[in-house]
Write a protein that binds this ligand. Structure first.
Ligand SMILES: [Zn+2]
Length: 364
């Protein structure tokens, strides 16, 4: 057993024996529990469960600003992911600028600090292996945080149709999507059926890459990258591989049939139906998620563990400053408060906290 696996086993065991009871039977929607956590757990990075039913241990944040990216919606605090996802997004941002004529990425939601269901917005994005990328290139200037929180959802579709607007769509749009699809670790890309249609008509590369780009409603102002479970990660549940054909035939036709506006039925005087039984709301609780997610939720955060290790009281400034760093910044405070996780590397024991320190150009 390698020492890191052994360490992981010890950490996992101690977490399970000491902390599971606090949350395990909590009937609250899991989205409330995970949505309230501001920092990641301090542990080996692990994506636990399925994309739409799981959580994330040892998440790392992508810095809000990089040479070839800017992160949108800072107040949502959803720039956390498995280090492999973070590395892939950074790699895409570099390739997009170097090869696709795309200035840089505007990055939307990845995951919450400990993954899990969200209070709003997504069914998936729960295990740190999904990321949304805007179909608008990064501007040449640094956006303010207020601008990022209210960034427009610029659709590439022609208004009122299901088809790409030739005045908005460019070769670079196609290239950046297909660049993402070309990476072997990418499992699927979701785009609006209108975008898939356009790619089917224009893409000249190999079918295997095109097959990864799957039609999905929404996704006309951003596209969604999903990567595979990292090799050797036993707690991660893989998705069935997409079909190997181009996906330009029946699956696409089915989507267009589904999305076609239906004629409004004429008003008919029907007898009023008796009210049916109220539908019970369905939501995920902690019990619906892998057991390990209870431990993830209960475990100490990166900062409180680091504070303890360095002999600093947990409520000392160190923890406070770091909490501020990950909280939603105001524009005035941004330059001081909104530092990236690397800035705290001196507080975090290297080798134990999974921080993607080597950049750019690292390979996973
Ligand atoms: Zn998404």
């Amino acid at each position: 057993m390698s020492s890191s696996i052994f360490r992981l086993a010890v950490v996992a065991l101690s977490l399970l024996t000491t902390t599971v009871s606090a949350f395990a039977d909590d009937p609250k929607p899991a989205k409330q529990l995970f949505g309230a956590v501001k920092l990641p757990s301090r542990s080996e990075p692990e994506s636990l469960g399925f994309y739409a039913k799981g959580c994330l241990a040892g998440g790392v944040a992508i810095p809000s600003d990089g040479p070839t990216w800017q992160v949108l919606h800072p107040t949502r605090n959803r720039r956390w992911g498995n280090p492999r996802m973070i590395a892939l997004v950074e790699k895409l941002s570099r390739d997009a600028r170097a090869k696709d004529g795309w200035n840089g990425l505007l990055i939307g939601d990845i995951s919450q600090p400990r993954g899990g269901p969200m209070l709003n917005g997504h069914a998936s994005h729960q295990i740190g292996l999904d990321a949304d990328i805007w179909l608008t290139p990064m501007p040449d200037r640094r956006l303010t945080y207020a601008e990022r929180d209210n960034f427009p959802e610029n659709s590439v579709l022609r208004k009122g149709t299901l088809y790409v607007d030739p005045n908005k769509w460019t070769r670079a749009h196609a290239d950046v999507i297909m660049q993402a699809a070309s990476y072997p670790e990418v499992e699927r890309i979701f785009v609006h059926p209108g975008i898939k249609k356009k790619l089917c008509e224009t893409w000249k590369g190999d079918v295997a890459t095109l097959s990864k780009v799957r039609p999905m409603y929404g996704h006309h102002y951003h596209f969604h990258i999903r990567i595979k479970c990292p090799p050797g990660s036993v707690g991660c549940t893989p998705q069935v591989a997409p079909p190997t054909d181009s996906g330009c035939g029946k699956p696409l036709a089915d989507w267009f049939a589904k999305l076609k506006p239906r004629p409004v039925p004429k008003y008919v005087n029907k007898p009023v139906k008796k009210p049916t039984k109220p539908v019970k709301p369905t939501y995920l609780t902690l019990r619906s998620l892998p057991n390990a997610c209870t431990a993830v939720l209960n475990s100490k955060s990166v900062t409180s563990m680091a504070a303890a290790e360095y002999g600093v009281p947990a409520n000392d400034d160190v923890a406070a400053v770091t909490e501020t760093a990950f909280a939603a910044p105001s524009d005035a405070a941004a330059t001081v408060a909104f530092r990236s996780i690397e800035d705290f590397s001196d507080l975090l024991p290297r080798g134990e906290v999974p921080v993607p320190l080597e950049r750019p150009g690292e390979q996973w």
